[in-house]
Design a protein around this ligand. Sequence first.
Ligand SMILES: Cc1cc2nc3c(=O)[nH]c(=O)nc-3n(C[C@H](O)[C@H](O)[C@H](O)COP(=O)(O)O)c2cc1C
Length: 187
Amino acid sequence: MIQETIVTTQSSEGITHIAPMGIHVEGDSLVILPFRPSTTLNNFVETKVGVINYCDDVRVFAGCLTGRRDWPLQSAQTISGKFLECALAHTEVEIERIEENTTRPKLFCKTVHTANHAPFKGFNRAQFSVLEAAILISRLDMLPLQKIESEIEYLRIGLDKTAGEREWEAWGWIMAVLDNHKRNANR
Ligand SMILES: Cc1cc2nc3c(=O)[nH]c(=O)nc-3n(C[C@H](O)[C@H](O)[C@H](O)COP(=O)(O)O)c2cc1C
């Protein structure tokens, strides 16, 4: 199973980096697969630790892909690092081993600490729509515009029916990036 999370890492100078990442759950292991080049990967190689944040504020996902990476943080409890203030829960991890790959190495993580901060309040279709749309705009240069537009049209159905303020705000950021991409494609 893959869980969509926000991974927070730190450089050796202590600069925190925030990035959405799908975490592969394999038995007791949590596996992170960053595509090269990746600041998340570089930070894990340098410091061997990081935080997996379980977060239902989809603005963080959309924000990271639209130039809004400055989200409130708190100090991690057992490692040198930070977790997201808006996380419902977070897991502090250490890298056990790295399976090298020129495109997408596998980082096998061991959980060293987990904390719950707020209850899970159920699934929301608009949150799914924002996550999927965020993934689409992370692939703008790889996917045909027609495919992106037809998927956005479908995702808009769940958004229209179920979004709250956070989801609408996140959607707006994504649509601005898409509009800009379309303008450039028409030049
Ligand atoms: C829901 C979601 C899941 C993602 N999962 C991954 C992932 O597993 N690996 C990856 O390299 N990028 C993933 N991305 C894209 C990265 O967040 C984005 O490209 C980011 O800038 C990663 O590079 P960085 O480590 O340099 O920040 C995902 C994006 C979204 C919205």
